[in-house]
Design a protein around this ligand. Structure first.
Ligand SMILES: Nc1ncnc2c1ncn2[C@@H]1O[C@H](COP(=O)(O)OP(=O)(O)O)[C@@H](O)[C@H]1O
Ligand SMILES: [Mg+2]
Length: 266
């Protein structure tokens, strides 16, 4: 706990309420994301993981509550200060969400065009650097998303998320749709980039392997709130029914073994 108190908070969400019509999706949600950590964000399908991500990013309107990023309340800063914060953030949306009419290189350059003024030549060089950084071959740069495999699309989307050399990266189900080997490779890539680039990562995931392999802490969403947050052992020991079903199901037992789970609960 004392370690947590010492750490710099990059995202602080307090008492967040978000809804559509008369349906509330966030009902007073609190969340902290610490500098330099990989936070895995879990929750049942349709509980609001993507909505939370989009609300933090300012793409969905909140009803009430406070969202701070890099120490600034995002509702109380100027448009200019807000743009500077956006430059420090990279996003990989669910499904990759590349522009189908643009090549990989052009996709990676979208955030550059939005936020920077660079010569075409420099933008080409930077885009190629990002493309290589995520393990794509150089010739992928001129390809369109429809010409790429699922794994390559994910890598291209990650390259675009890293276009502005962000400090904070949002990944919404980055390994969904990949086979287990492709997902494990992508987890390795995220872990390597996170360490070498010193990133803070907010990662929505359903993938238990990813949680075990690369997340420092896990936060779980149910009924519009974060019901538990902490390192894996804390989550395993939680009595919450959803967490127990999630972390003590067949797949979890295969990954962790019954002994580890029994240990955690004791
Ligand atoms: N733009 C929208 N208008 C109305 N309802 C929405 C909108 N976006 C999301 N929702 C609803 O909010 C809930 C949470 O969705 P989402 O965040 O996508 O779930 P998930 O946890 O699977 O990412 C769902 O019930 C979804 O139907
Ligand atoms: Mg989602």
């Amino acid at each position: 706990m004392s370690e947590a108190l010492d750490r710099e908070v990059i995202i602080r969400v307090r008492d967040l309420v978000v809804g559509f019509g008369d349906k509330l999706v966030m009902k007073g949600l609190d969340l902290d994301v610490y500098k330099g950590e990989v936070l895995g964000f879990v929750g049942g399908s349709g509980t609001g993981k993507s909505v939370l991500t989009r609300t933090i990013l300012g793409l969905v309107r909140k009803r009430s509550g406070r969202i701070e990023m890099f120490g600034s309340d995002i509702d109380r800063i100027s448009v200019k200060a807000r743009a500077l914060i956006e430059r420090r953030i990279g996003v990989m949306f669910q499904q990759g969400a590349l522009f189908s009419g643009l090549t990989v290189k052009q996709n990676v350059q979208v955030p550059m065009r939005e936020h920077l003024t660079l010569s075409p030549r420099l933008m080409d060089e930077l885009a190629l650097l990002k493309i290589e950084l995520v393990g794509l071959p150089r010739d992928a740069a001129e390809k369109y998303p429809s010409e790429l495999s699922g794994g390559m699309i994910k890598r291209a989307a990650l390259a675009r998320a890293l276009a502005l050399d962000p400090e904070l990266v949002f990944l919404d189900e980055p390994t969904s749709g990949l086979d287990p080997i492709g997902a494990a490779e992508f987890d390795d890539l995220i872990a390597t980039l996170q360490k070498t680039l010193g990133l803070t990562v907010f990662m929505v995931t359903h993938d238990l392997d990813s949680l075990y392999a690369i997340c420092d802490r896990i936060a779980a969403l149910a009924d519009g709130k974060v019901i538990a947050a902490g390192p894996l052992p804390t989550m395993l020991a939680s009595p919450h029914p959803w967490l127990r079903a999630y972390f003590h199901g067949k797949r979890a037992r295969q990954l962790l073994g019954d002994a580890t789970l029994a240990e955690a609960v004791r």
